[in-house]
Design a protein around this ligand. Sequence first.
Ligand code: MSP
Length: 514
Amino acid sequence: MTGGTPFYITTPIYYVNDAPHIGHAYTTVACDVLARFMRLDGRRVKFLTGTDEHGQKVAKSAREAGIDPQEFCDRVSQNFRDMTRLMNISNDDFIRTTEARHLRSCQALWQVLVERGEIYLGTFAGWYSVRDEAFYEDGELVNGKAPTGAEVEWVEEENYFFRLSAWQDRLLAFYDANPDFIAPRSRRNEVVSFVKGGLRDLSVSRTSFSWGIPVPDDPKHVMYVWLDALNNYQTAVDYPDIKSEEYSTFWPADLHMVGKDIIRFHTVYWPAFLMAAGLAPPKRVFAHGWWTVEGQKMSKSLGNFIPPARLVEAYGVDAVRYFMLRELPFGSDGDFSHRAVLGRINGDLANGLGNLAQRVLSMINRNCAGRVPQPAALTAADEALLATARGLLPRLRAEFAEQAFHRGLEAVWQVVGEADRYVDEQAPWVLAKSDRERMATVLYTLAETIRHIAILVQPVMPDAAGRLLDQLALGPEARDFASLAARPLVPGTLLPKPVGVFPRHIEEREGKGG
Ligand code: MSP
């Protein structure tokens, strides 16, 4: 797709010190849903994900694994690439910070910052947490640890500094002028008060290890891993070639999706680096919440990290994607439990949309010779149901523009509920004996409603929605959002034999809980 207003969306790049887990899958799926939604809505989308491969944390993991850091990164990065395939992710690029394009991009950014007088050489003395890859001051420590609970070590070394302190007022002015830059609102308030509290210059290089991008003209320094990592978003659109087609089309990014733990890096350091380099900051950063598992924090010591592959194997990829976005208000924390997933699969999918589609399509198959029925004049009840279905696109656009996936999906399932009530009221199985013309109108109205729903849930459940659209005999040209109004079902079209799309999940160990 080449036309349409550009939309550039990114996931954080994942540290390669760990295997992928549901926290990573969550961010990536949320971005994928938006990317697919925007493509179907006619936008020209660029969707980026990738891996963050430099820094002390990764170097330490490689050492522990007893292999060369590059080889270690190659191996773990591949696991994240595999996760994108597993979760049916439609990313357009996968960046690795050890690639040559990224080295060039970071060194160019560094040089611009130096030329503009934003970086100077000094001495750092303070605390560093390898787990957080972040510096802390004495006053920030809580019982000798980072506020995040991570271990810290004392660091005293010659470092380059970025003049972050000089950006306090300009950052506050930027937040003021761009009220939607940080979402949700609670996070915005948190960041604003942090910046109001005063900013110190930031150490942006290290000399005590070498696994990073060398500082131009002073290669005993490597760049601070967050400067390197954040700049991945520009590398992927061809920075430093700011006159390139990619950069001029896609920069500034429309949305950086991140977890709540890394909001400060994205909303304080990143816009400051960019403004200091004379470049535009991204348009929006959304911080989502964190998952616990069966009520507990995921941790190495508890060994309760859930690999996404295990979920997909148990429930299927579409159900997992749906669950992730429907279960929690996007932005809040929540719990991933087997019981909750089953509730959504059996309730919303099997008994809800699945049952509705199966009922309607089988009635059409039985009573209309398997062809899209020919409607007669519509009654107020028919018009009312169709109006709710037609109202979904504007509603979803509004909700997804705010990343309120849960509200968008709730609205879709309200229409499923309306359709269920309509079937019960209209009782087409009774009309089959008494009034065939009216039956055809009712079934047409229902099939049109299902068509709307199936087109609109494609971003969340691409496979299942695709199978529903197959059953309505709709080709690829009839599946984008423009088709909603432009291509209603054509009476007389032969439909394939209906098959269930959302099976009930039967508990293997029924009665034993789970
Ligand atoms: N490498 C940095 C990001 C650099 S972006 C320029 C990083 N990587 S990470 O692998 O540690 O985390 C990536 C994302 O996963 C973060 O957005 C984080 O919030 C998210 N999650 C990690 N655990 C999570 C949960 N338990 N639940 C939800 N998301 C979680 O940070």
